[in-house]
Write a protein that binds this ligand. Structure first.
Ligand SMILES: [Zn+2]
Length: 354
């Protein structure tokens, strides 16, 4: 008798998602509904604590919870260890990550390692980490995001997020646009390497990218309506990763370029901005409509050139060369084409990046 063992596929999804003006006011009600009535730990940065962290704490305290706040300024291995230590001592029922990328990454990673849930309270909409089950920690062996845990709830107050510089929203927009090439790379890996391909997860991520592309004019208005479209797209991207069980639907060669450029020139530009430029070049390699992507980004005033990212011509070429090597198991168009330095230079020139 032949036994067929189908591998278990675990999907961890957010249970509550609240998006809108004044959503933060509902943090107490959500906490109660999810069964957290005793204690909570708020992870924030010094700035984001003033913007939203203190308010989260006040509302939870009014609900009768004992709340502690721990401020972090970066997302390094050390920051995660410090928060884990705090969790061991305080034993909170739930961790709130209040902030942009780094604070949410630290809250997500430390709570996952401590086996307690976390709630995401983004103060910017600059990338899909606000809703994804992955976290990106500096100083770990991997220069990219790794599986951690999905937020139990996401509370995205558009009134707060609108107060952040619009550049962050554009970065988030570019992180969604990046799914055009991420999906192409995933399809390529299915064809060439027989890699698992989740059609539903891929469709969901692709739909988000198409949706924001259709709404580029709305995004130009820099208002709540455009921000809502963006936040919903970012949340859908996060959910697509939860469904896929990896970052595959949302991170392909354009993300490898972004990670590589971050290595070549640390702290240059925002994650989404680097991905946006990567998407233009990778779309060209895929034979896709790269001009349409570039035009949309230019319309929003997003960087499409090396200079606008604050890097030089050589940095771009170095990053392209490095991109194919930093994550060997993630097969993309870069592995398929295996280009040399001259070809990369041509790519960057023909797409107007350098
Ligand atoms: Zn991303």
């Amino acid at each position: 008798m032949v036994h067929v063992h189908l591998k278990h596929h675990r999907m961890q999804l957010p249970r509550e998602v609240i998006v809108g003006n004044g959503a933060l006011e509902r943090v107490g009600e959500i906490s109660r509904r999810l069964g957290f009535t005793q204690s909570a730990l708020v992870i924030a940065g010094s700035k984001t604590n003033n913007i939203a962290g203190k308010k989260v704490r006040k509302i939870l305290e009014e609900e009768g919870l004992t709340v502690d706040t721990f401020l972090v300024e970066a997302a390094t291995v050390k920051d995660v260890q410090n928060v884990e230590e705090k969790i061991r001592t305080l034993k909170p029922e739930i961790v709130f990550g209040v902030g942009g990328g780094t604070k949410i990454d630290v809250a997500k990673c430390s709570s996952a390692r401590s086996e307690i849930p976390f709630i995401s309270v983004p103060t910017t909409a600059s990338h899909d980490g606000i809703s994804s089950p992955l976290s990106s920690i500096k100083g770990s062996e991997k220069p990219y995001s790794v599986m951690s845990q999905a937020p139990l709830a996401i509370i995205a107050d558009t009134n707060i997020i609108l107060r952040a510089p619009w550049r962050f929203a554009i970065s988030g927009y570019e992180d969604v646009i990046a799914k055009f090439t991420a999906i192409k790379d995933w399809q390529l890996a299915r064809e060439e390497k027989d890699e698992y391909y989740g059609g539903y997860a891929a469709s969901l991520a692709m739909m988000s990218a198409k949706h924001v592309m259709l709404n580029v004019n709305l995004m130009q208005k820099k208002n709540e309506e455009g921000l809502r479209v963006l936040i919903e797209a970012l949340i859908s991207c996060g959910v697509s990763m939860s469904i896929a069980g990896s970052s595959r639907p949302c991170s392909g060669s354009e993300h490898l370029f972004s990670h590589a450029l971050e290595i070549v020139k640390p702290n240059c530009a925002l994650h989404g901005e680097r991905c946006g430029v990567g998407t233009i070049m990778m779309a060209y390699l895929h034979g896709a409509n790269w001009k349409r992507i570039r035009d949309a980004l230019q319309k929003l005033g997003a960087p499409t050139k090396a200079k606008e990212l604050g890097v030089g011509k050589d940095d771009i070429i170095k990053a392209l060369e490095l991109a194919a090597t930093i994550r060997p198991e993630r097969f993309t168009i870069l592995n398929k084409l295996s280009l040399n330095r001259e070809a990369y230079e041509h790519l960057a020139k023909v797409t107007g990046v350098i």
